[in-house]
Design a protein around this ligand. Sequence first.
Ligand SMILES: Cc1cc2nc3c(=O)[nH]c(=O)nc-3n(C[C@H](O)[C@H](O)[C@H](O)COP(=O)(O)OP(=O)(O)OC[C@H]3O[C@@H](n4cnc5c(N)ncnc54)[C@H](O)[C@@H]3O)c2cc1C
Length: 405
Amino acid sequence: MKKRVVIIGAGHGGVQAASTLREEGFEGEIIMISDELDAPYQKPPLSKGYLQGKQNAQAILFRSENYYNDNAIDLKLGVRVAKIDSEKNEINLSDGAVIAYNYLIIATGACNRRLRFNGHIAEKVYYLRNFSDAKMIEEKINPASHIVIIGGGFIGLELAALAVEKNKKVTVIETEDRLMKRVLPETLSKVFYETHVAHGVEMILGVSVVDIIDGKKIKLSDGNEIDADLILAGIGVIVESELTENSEVLFNNGIVVNPFQQTNIENIYAIGDCANHYNPFAKKSLRLESVQNAVDQAKVAAAHIVERPFEYNTVPWFWTNQYHLKLQMAGISFGFDEAIIRQSPKPECFSVYYFKEEKLIGVDSLNRPADHLNARKLLTAGISPSKMEVADFEFNLSGLLKQEI
Ligand SMILES: Cc1cc2nc3c(=O)[nH]c(=O)nc-3n(C[C@H](O)[C@H](O)[C@H](O)COP(=O)(O)OP(=O)(O)OC[C@H]3O[C@@H](n4cnc5c(N)ncnc54)[C@H](O)[C@@H]3O)c2cc1C
C-alpha cells in the first residue's frame, strides 16, 4: 500500500521536503498544506529584490505553476492545520477536513514578535514575514515620507536601505548600542552603521520604544518623541506552540528533533525555523532561522522517510544585502575568543575569521563571496588555517583544501 506524507507549511523547508521526496523516488502521496493563499515563494527577496521593485511576484516563486501537478504534489493553499492527533495519525484542518498520514513533516516556520505596551499589541505597526505583509508594506511605503523602523537587525536594516533608496526619510531605532549586535562583531556593525548614515538614515541606538500612539507617534525611553507616517518593525521571531499544544509532540522553544529531524513521535518530523535541534557546529540545541537550515533539514527528513538516512550536519550559513554591502556568514561564531580580519586591498571587502581555542568556527565575509564559499568548505572539512595564514591576504587558503584531498 502506498504511504502518504503530509507536509504542513509550503515555505523553504516544506517545498524542499516535497521535492527531495520525489527526487529520491518516493512513490506515495504527498500532500502539502499552506495557510497562505499565494503559490509557494521565497522569503529573502521580500526585503530585497521584491520591495526594491527589482523582482516581481513571478520571479520569487520556488517552482513553476505546473511543478506541483507534474510531480503529484497535492498543494492545498489557504487552509490552516489546526490540530495534530498523533494517536490517530491524523491532522485537522481549519475548514473541518481531517487528513490521515503515515508521515507528517512540520515545516511551519516562525512568526514575528510584535510590540506590546501595557499588555496590548501596538496598532498600525507593520511587520514583514510573508508575501501579504510585503504587499501591504509596498502599498504603505509609497505615500509615506517619514518611515520609522524599529529594530536594527537584518530585516529592519534591509527595509531601511530600500526605503532610503526610494528617497524616504528613514529613522532606525535600536535598543542595543550597535547594529546587529546579537550576531555581528563591532567591526562589521560599524561598517553597516556608517553606510546607513552616509545614505541619510537617522540612527537612534541604545534607546527603547516605550509606547506608540495610533501608528504615528513613538515615545522613547529617553523621553523623546518621534512622529512617523509609517512604522515598520523587525524585532525577531518566535515559534508558536499552538499546533503541538494538544498533541504528544515535544515543544521547547520550537519542536524538539533528533539528528534525523524526527520529533519524539517517530513518524512526525519538524524542519526549518520551527525545529529545535542539536547543532554540531554550535555545540548546543537551538533553532536557526535561515534558508540553508530549512533546506538542508528538509533533505534529512525526506531521506529518513525513504530509508536512506543521514544525520543533519551542515555548516550553517546566511546572508544579508544592504546597499552595495553583501554580507555572508558561515559557521557559528558565538563564543569565539579571537577574531582575525583578512583585508583585501579594496575598501569594504574583507572577511572576519573567528577562532575558539585555536580552531576556526566561523567566517563573516563582506563583499568577498569567494572567501565565503571557501570558508564553508574549510568548516565542512574541519580544516583550520592558522591565524597568521588568515591574516596574510597573499596566503592561498583554498590551497589547504587541496592538501587535504
Ligand atoms: C523578509 C525576510 C527576509 C529573509 N532573508 C533571509 C536571508 O537573506 N537569508 C536567509 O538565510 N534567510 C532569510 N530569511 C529567513 C528565511 O526565509 C527562513 O529562515 C525560512 O523561510 C525558513 O523556512 P521554513 O520552511 O522553516 O519556514 P517558512 O519559509 O516561514 O514557511 C512556513 C510556512 O508555513 C505556514 N504555516 C505556519 N503554520 C501553519 C499551519 N498551522 N498550517 C498551514 N501552514 C502553516 C506559514 O504561513 C509559512 O508559509 C528571511 C525571512 C524573511 C521573512
